[in-house]
Design a binder for this molecule. Sequence first.
Ligand code: ZN
Length: 137
Amino acid sequence: MTISEALNGVLPPGARSASAAGLTDAAQRGEFALQVCPSCGTVQYPVRDVCGHCLHTTLNWRPVADTGVLRATTTLHHSNEAYFRARLPWRIGTVQLDCGPFAIVHLPEGGQADEAVRLSLELDDGGVAVLVARPAP
Ligand SMILES: [Zn+2]
């Protein structure tokens, strides 16, 4: 049995909070949307149930700027998840979004620290939204 045969049907980890469904909804619409506090305007990431700045209890999903700066990168050579083990090495990074928050992202096209990037919400093989950054054109 090959690794591909053994992994047939193995999906990326898909556990997310109910609130995070907004990320998948945005990805399905082809939008880059995050939660925005209607009281103070803070863009939230990761997904929250209350504003991380003012504790307002209503957060609205809104399209936000999809640009940022890649602040750090690393290459994973180990994973506890079978899906990723079959795809190692896997590049990830930390992006400081121009709209405020920091995010851990997938880097399918690589990238270097301090490089400008454009972010997108994409559906992984399990149909769940993940954050992806690519070098800005
Ligand atoms: Zn707020």
